[in-house]
Design a protein around this ligand. Structure first.
Ligand code: SF4
Length: 71
């Protein structure tokens, strides 16, 4: 399925669905950003870039990562 990209204007969240173990750590940490019942399920504009990068570091599977935007 590859990688799905969710940009917020500063950074782009990369999500690899086949890696996600659905631990919902992301959903508990930033429920406004991550909502499995919504499409798209990730809305990166609902948190600051700092909040996103801190939270993405806690994803246990490595499904979430950050692609730096070229300035
Ligand atoms: S924290 Fe990572 S592994 Fe857990 S549900 Fe979110 S994306 Fe998937």
């Amino acid at each position: 399925m590859g990688t799905i990209k969710y940009p917020n204007g500063e950074i782009t969240i990369l999500w690899k669905p086949e890696r996600c173990i659905h631990s919902a750590v992301c959903v508990r940490t930033l429920p406004d950003v991550y909502d499995p019942g919504r499409r798209p399920w990730i809305c990166p504009e609902k948190a600051t870039t700092r909040e996103l990068t801190d939270q993405i570091a806690t994803c246990p599977s490595g499904a979430l990562s950050i692609e730096e935007q070229e300035l």
